[in-house]
Write a new protein. Structure first.
Length: 268
């Protein structure tokens, strides 16, 4: 997972399924968006904004949000919802001196070079601002998980199993937290449950990058097997983890905060 940013073909694969990505990837919980919005009056930079899954609800709360993404097809959907997006890799993005009070990256930071990305965040984030990385993990019942494992073992054993993903995808040494410009660290969790039809489940998992690279024949074979396995619906428990890091002037000013308790929310 730590080297995904090196595979640029994989990182740029989402545009081929931009509409499906926007339709089937989960919305961020209302409480999560509210908590991020409460940190700032703006402006906000969304790194790897994609189709605007996070940028749009932040904008709807009155914040000025700018997106940066590598894929024009993803960005065009975000622009359709009123979010301006500039096409570039974040690490080499020409920020033109613009500075932000909040930088967010929803389910995208693993596509960014962690060292160069940390340097860039420190550059564009004002002192006292916050950097928020968000990941969503999900699980199904043990019975359903075992049945899906059997399907993947038989049909596509090398593919990512979305129901087995860990929460925060962080390395043992976090280049962001390790930098002297960053200080207070907070971790927030939001949990919810959804019942998805087989079409919705397949729509979601089929937007995982390695699934997108399958040939049509292989993708169809996997889809048919997954649908047969699930039947009409599946209950999915999801958890969004937000890792917040504050922008400080020097490491000496750091105060490590006790992470707040996790909480459950009614739904995304």
């Amino acid at each position: 997972m730590d080297d995904l940013h090196r595979d640029r073909a994989l990182a740029g694969s989402f545009g081929s399924a931009a509409w499906r990505y926007h339709r089937y990837r989960p919305e961020y919980p209302v409480d999560l968006v509210a908590d991020l919005a409460a940190l700032t009056a703006g402006p906000v930079l969304d790194v790897g904004c994609g189709t605007g899954k996070l940028a749009v609800p932040l904008r709807e709360r009155g914040l000025a949000v700018l997106g940066v993404d590598v894929d024009e097809r993803m960005a065009s959907l975000a622009r359709g919802y009123g979010v301006p997006v500039e096409i570039s890799r974040f690490e080499t993005w020409a920020d033109a001196g613009r500075r932000f009070q909040l930088v967010v990256s929803g389910e995208a930071w693993h596509w960014i070079d962690p060292e160069a990305g940390a340097v860039k965040v420190a550059q564009v984030l004002v002192t006292g601002g916050w950097f928020a990385r968000i990941w969503i993990a999900r699980e199904v019942s043990a019975e359903v998980g075992a049945a899906l494992d059997e399907v993947y073992d038989r049909v596509e054993p090398e593919l990512t199993r979305m129901w087995r993903l860990p929460g925060g995808r962080r390395t043992a040494v976090d280049p962001v937290v390790a930098r002297p410009e960053f200080g207070s660290v907070r971790e927030l969790s939001y949990r919810w449950e959804r019942t998805l039809g087989a079409e919705e489940w397949w729509g979601m998992v089929s937007t995982v990058s390695d699934h997108l690279r399958l040939s049509t024949a292989r993708r169809d074979a996997l889809e048919n097997a997954v649908r047969a396995c699930l039947g009409d619906s599946v209950v999915v428990r999801e958890e969004a983890t937000v890792l917040l890091v504050s922008r400080e002037t020097a490491r000496s000013s750091v105060s490590r905060e006790t992470p707040p308790k996790s909480r459950s929310v009614g739904g995304p």
